[in-house]
Design a protein around this ligand. Structure first.
Ligand code: VAH
Length: 315
């Protein structure tokens, strides 16, 4: 059995689809704070689970009933700046509840970190796997703390926990959920819906990104890798491509005639300015064979095809 927390979120929705396709719906328990239609459509078994409730997490995970746990429940960067205490409680206490619950089992855990662990002093071009991490958001502080929790539980208790520092994830499965990189998702949605978009970061803002199906592939590949190949127990740098907001707008406009993008930076610009532009993910490629399937062109074409025809699926 495989447990997914945060299953109704951006990564969770695509990941559950991938797990159900690979293992069958009865092998997957998809949970979120509230059971919602998004979960029920997944074909997996569903339940509600509040990851900040230590007793509920322990009752759910105890006895090693799950071979794998994908712990995705979390608050993203922009919402985390508006609700920093909630961000810490969900992102750090929630993770610690899961790690505590699996300590005496052989359960393998996946947890998503983020390039948000990097900050103003971090080299922004080809950011190394091991480098300065001085996050300036509560989301980044929580992710950096979570990475250390993972490494501690792996070395102190032998927990087989694996993690990826995701860049911005672009997906058509669920509406944007409070992330700074969600300008990219918003741009696609508005291009199809209204033909125009007012972007909340400057046109020159360049960030590392990847497409949803590749984000799922990376998590499944990392979890399937032999333990002997996992040399990083904090979190692996990972990326597929980088683009600026204006480069994305140009790519969309070349496929959506008349699309117009304007730029009105808001508080999220200050968050984006502390993050890297290009990530060095060579360690993930060396250790467990990471390689993206989608480049920018394939991602733009596939996103637009799904937004225009939601019935099409990519799993
Ligand atoms: C966010 N999509 O914007 C997330 C991600 C690198 C950014 O962690 O908060």
């Amino acid at each position: 059995m495989i447990l997914v927390t945060g299953a109704a979120g951006q990564l969770g929705s695509d990941l559950v689809d991938g797990l159900v396709a690979r293992h069958g719906g009865s092998a997957v328990l998809a949970t979120d704070l509230r059971c919602c239609d998004q979960l029920k459509r997944s074909g997996a078994d569903t339940a509600s689970l509040d990851v900040t409730d230590a007793d509920a997490v322990r009752m759910m995970i105890q006895d090693g009933v799950f071979e794998q746990v994908y712990h995705l429940a979390g608050i993203l960067s922009a919402r985390g700046e508006k609700q920093p205490d909630l961000c810490w409680t969900v992102n750090v206490d929630g993770l610690k509840n899961v790690l505590n619950a699996v300590r005496d089992t052989r359960t393998r855990v996946f947890w998503p970190s983020s390039i948000a662990v990097f900050g103003p002093a971090t080299p922004r071009h080809r950011t190394p796997q091991v480098t300065v991490k001085d996050p300036s958001t509560m989301y980044g502080v929580a992710k950096a703390s979570g990475e250390l929790l993972c490494d501690y539980h792996a070395s102190k208790f032998g927990v087989d926990v694996r993690s990826i520092r995701y860049p911005g994830i672009i997906s058509s499965s669920v509406p944007p959920g409070g992330g700074t990189t969600d300008f990219a998702v918003d741009m696609f949605v508005e291009a199809v819906k209204s033909g125009q978009y007012t972007c909340f970061v400057r046109e020159t803002t360049r960030l590392p990104m990847m497409y949803g199906p590749d984000a799922v592939k990376a998590a499944l590949d990392l979890m399937d890798a032999s333990p002997s190949r996992i040399t990083i127990r904090t979190s692996y740098n990972l990326t597929a491509f980088s683009f600026s907001a204006e480069e994305l707008a140009e790519a969309i406009a070349s496929r959506v005639p008349g699309f117009v993008c304007e730029y009105e930076p808001d508080f999220r610009q200050a968050i984006a300015d502390t993050w890297p532009e290009v990530i060095d993910d060579s360690k993930a490629r060396e250790d467990w064979g990471w390689h993206p399937e989608y480049d920018i062109t394939a991602m733009v074409d596939d996103m637009l095809s799904h937004l225009v025809d939601p019935a099409s699926s990519h799993v």
